[in-house]
Design a protein around this ligand. Sequence first.
Ligand SMILES: Cc1cc2nc3c(=O)[nH]c(=O)nc-3n(C[C@H](O)[C@H](O)[C@H](O)COP(=O)(O)O)c2cc1C
Length: 185
Amino acid sequence: MNLDKIIDSRHSIRRFHRKKPNWRDVIEAVDCARKAPLAGNISSLKFILVDEPEIIVKLADASQQDFVADVHFVVVVVSDTKEVVRSYDERGEKYAQQQAGAAIENFLLKITEMKLGSCWVGAFVDSQIKRILKIPEGSEPIAILPVGYPLLKGKQKRKPHLDRCLKFNNYKGKFMKPRKKVDAV
Ligand SMILES: Cc1cc2nc3c(=O)[nH]c(=O)nc-3n(C[C@H](O)[C@H](O)[C@H](O)COP(=O)(O)O)c2cc1C
C-alpha cells in the first residue's frame, strides 16, 4: 500500500477476528511510533504491550469499552512530561501531548499497512489504568490501542472537506492569489 492509500483506509476498528496477530507485527508498529517527531528530540513516551488476557479485561473495564477485551494484544501509550517540561517549561506539556499524538498516528498507520486494525481509545479512568499497569507517579496513560484483525470491512468516517480546513495566508483566506508573471530579463 502506498502512503495515501494507508492514510485513506485507516479507520477505527472495534470488532475483531479471533485470529491472533503475530506479536512481531505489533512490536513493528511500536517501532514506527517511537520514530515520530519529538520536541528537542526529547522522548516522553513509553509503550506497554499487554498480552495477558486478565490484564486486557481489566483495561476494558477501566475504559468501560467492551471491545477492548476482544483482542490478544493492547498497546498502552504512557507519557512522562518531566524532561520535556524541564526544557520547555509549561510549553513542554503541550509538546508532550503533541508528540504522543504523532506517535499514535504512526502506530495506527503501520497497523493499517499490515492489514491489522486498532482504535485510539482515550476515554478511561486514569487512576485505574495506572494501578493495573503499575505506571509510576509522574507518568500518565494517554491512549489504549487494542490490536487485532478487523472482523468487518469498514471505512474511515467522513472528514471535513479540504476547502473547509485549508486557508491561504491568513485564517480567513479562501483563495490563493495567482502569482504575477515576472518578465524574463
Ligand atoms: C483523542 C482521541 C480519543 C478517542 N477516544 C476514543 C474512545 O475512547 N473510544 C472509541 O471508541 N474511539 C475513540 N476515538 C476514536 C474516534 O472515535 C474516531 O477516530 C472517530 O470517530 C473517527 O473515526 P475514524 O477513526 O474511523 O476516522 C478517539 C480518537 C481520538 C483522536
